[in-house]
Design a protein around this ligand. Structure first.
Ligand code: ADP
Length: 185
């Protein structure tokens, strides 16, 4: 059975990787799809996010990385999958994910959404928190793959830190997006 794990992955975190590794054990094939959201400006562009995901999932043979935009359900059909995988953290994820899952079910009753519960050590980990901490020069070791940590440091070189995401560097810093960004995807 083929499943799609959608998200912004801006950038991929250890929490995402945990879900990917576990989902890859459950499903024959897992497509990790970076969804471009026109309403928010990412820190890392689509190519960078896909590259980091590919590097971070290189060791898992049944995982492929893709990108898309717009509605999730037609995309899932297009790639020949029948399951949407979502990670669930705190209760704050639940309300949003519940609504999205019901809407997606209405759009295509044959596609199931499967939730995988976060591992406790990643329960409070989000890409937005990583961006925030990294922008102030905080240490994110162990919370993101090493290569992501290096790229975050490039976004905020030492002299440029301490200004948060609004710090106005030349590499696309932006304001926080709130907890969710993938819409009905
Ligand atoms: P974020 O909310 O971190 O910006 P995304 O929009 O990229 O993340 O999320 C993609 C999917 O991964 C969503 O289903 C989200 O709930 C899940 N996810 C994100 N971080 C974690 C985590 N630490 N543990 C479990 N699931 C997670």
């Amino acid at each position: 059975m083929k499943a799609v794990y959608p998200g912004s992955f801006d950038p991929v975190t250890a929490g995402h990787l945990d879900i990917i590794e576990r989902a890859a054990k459950v499903f024959d094939q897992l497509v990790v799809t970076v969804f471009a959201n026109p309403s928010k400006e990412p820190l890392f562009d689509l190519e960078e996010r896909m590259y980091m995901l590919r590097e971070a999932t290189r060791h898992i043979p049944n995982v492929e990385v893709d990108c898309s935009t717009g509605l999730l359900v037609p995309y899932v059909r297009r790639v020949g999958a029948s399951v949407i995988v979502k990670g669930l953290r705190a209760m704050s994820d639940f309300d949003y994910e519940f609504r999205m899952a019901l809407m997606n079910k209405k759009l295509d009753p044959d596609i199931e959404t499967v939730f995988i519960l976060t591992s406790s050590q990643y329960a409070y980990l989000s890409s937005s928190l990583i961006r925030e901490v990294a922008s102030f020069g905080g240490c994110v070791t162990g919370l993101v793959p090493e290569m992501v940590e290096r790229r975050l440091k490039e976004k905020w070189p030492v002299g440029n830190r301490g200004q948060g995401e609004h710090g106005g560097n030349a590499t696309g810093a932006r304001g926080p997006n709130g907890p969710h960004g993938t819409g009905v995807v």
